[in-house]
Ligand binder design. Structure first.
Ligand SMILES: [Zn+2]
Length: 437
């Protein structure tokens, strides 16, 4: 293992990554905040492990509140940290602490020093230092609803999020949407114009479309007619019920429209998803779809089984579907889909930290099963830039270990293994998101 691993790892460390997926806020937002290890490193992912281990949601809020002295928060955190320190999420954050801030892991001896060093670095240039210099990332495909990301624009290119317009629940939502995009919605024709208008407005700016609806519903997007969708939309307009809710910080109440039930709105949402796929593939934009594990706790995993997408793969042969998170824990199903369908790509974003061991075993299998041009090896998928770094280290290491095993097994020669590393970590995502014109 060792000699091949070392040679491949050295090669992989020299590859400039194309990061298929991040959620990072604008750098200005991060550097204007007071930060410490607990407020940043446990924003998400490891926080879900803390809850899973048994921590109360109130304690989770408490440990992240920088207005409370760090010592108090550490005292609550420490015993829970011991319980989750084994997971990929936690390992990722300890790598970041060690490599970026030079402390020996995250523990009672280091947390103060680590937090101090984070504050020292928390100024303009942080993202460039972490992403470009330390993580060796050339560019990140950024999943954000924000329009002000462009301060860091050489680091990021955005996607169009279908959920920005595809999840109205009531009249108020439709009104807000219509105002936001200067396209009032009174019928399905208006709605279609709004969606097409978004694609037109963002042409040349976005490099993909993102569908993350698996958090709220099954990803089986049924084929719907115009009439079915319009009937579903009209259910919102026909709603008579309403209630009042206080407007925060004022003495006024706001009229809140009740909406129809979720199930009744599925035809509209299905229709909008199909429309988005049509618009995306017409413009050559890949479609990123969340499958597999949901961030947070208490979601329904079977809602995000990639097998539910087969009708889309069959109908939209000309589209390119970039299937997220290696569909963990449905990685074998994804393999069959990517092997079977020309338009299905595997994206390992988030996966190396969900399960380092399953990321490796899945990649090992995919390399036996799926054409290598269809595997994207890394997407940091973080809100905290240090997490993206830790993840990049784990991704490089996992890919190196898998390829070294293949070389040692006599499956590939060294040069072939290095070429596949280039493809998986850089060339494949480059071809998918930045095709040469
Ligand atoms: Zn994500």
């Amino acid at each position: 293992m060792n000699k091949s691993y070392q040679e491949i790892r050295k090669h992989i460390d020299s590859i400039r990554l194309i990061d298929t997926h991040e959620h990072l806020p604008p750098e200005s937002e991060r550097v204007n905040k007071v930060v410490d290890v607990l407020s940043q490193f446990y924003l998400h992912y490891a926080s879900s492990d803390l809850i899973s281990a048994g921590m109360s949601p109130e304690d989770l809020v408490y440990i992240k509140d920088t207005k409370i002295p760090l010592d108090y928060r550490w005292a609550i955190f420490e015993s829970w940290w011991e319980k989750i320190r084994n997971t990929g999420y936690s390992r990722c954050m300890e790598i970041a602490a060690r490599d970026l801030y030079g402390v020996d892991g995250i523990n009672s001896e280091t947390y103060k020093q680590l937090s101090r060093k984070m504050m020292e670095r928390n100024k303009e240039g942080l993202y460039k230092w972490v992403l470009h210099e330390k993580a060796g990332i050339d560019v990140c495909v950024l999943d954000t609803l924000r329009e002000d990301y462009d301060v860091d624009s050489d680091l990021f290119v955005p996607v169009l999020r279908v959920s920005e317009y595809a999840s109205p629940r009531n009249k108020k939502d439709l009104e807000v949407l219509g105002k936001q995009f200067s396209n009032p919605i009174h019928n399905l024709g208006d709605y279609i114009n709004l969606v097409k208008g978004r694609f037109d407005a963002l042409e040349g700016m976005v490099v993909a479309v993102k569908i993350a609806l698996a958090y709220d519903r099954s990803i089986f997007f049924e084929k719907r007619t115009f009439n079915e969708a319009e009937e579903s939309l009209n259910k919102i307009f026909k709603t008579k019920g309403f209630s009042w809710s206080p407007i925060e910080g004022t003495e006024y109440n706001e009229l809140v429209q009740d909406g129809p039930g979720r199930e009744e709105l599925l035809p509209l949402q299905d229709y909008l998803v199909h429309l988005s796929i049509q618009e995306a593939s017409r413009r050559g934009l890949p479609i990123q779809i969340h499958t597999g594990l949901h961030e947070g706790n208490k979601n329904i995993i079977s809602n995000s089984n990639p097998e539910l997408l087969v009708n889309l793969f069959l109908e939209y042969g000309e589209a390119k579907f970039d299937i997220f998170h290696g569909s963990w824990p449905y990685s074998s199903q994804l393999s069959a889909l990517a092997k079977n369908f020309q338009n299905v790509y595997i994206d390992m974003c988030w996966m190396h930290i969900i399960s380092p061991s399953r990321a490796m075993s899945a990649l090992d299998e995919w390399l036996d099963e799926v054409p290598v041009n269809k595997i994207m090896g890394f997407g940091g998928d973080f809100l905290c830039v240090e997490g993206s770094y830790g993840h990049s280290v784990m991704a490089r290491d996992n890919v190196a270990r898998v390829l070294a095993k293949k070389v040692n097994d006599g499956v590939y020669v060294m040069d072939e293994a290095k070429k596949y590393a280039n493809w998986i970590l850089r060339d494949n995502p480059k071809r998918l998101f930045f095709p040469e014109k």
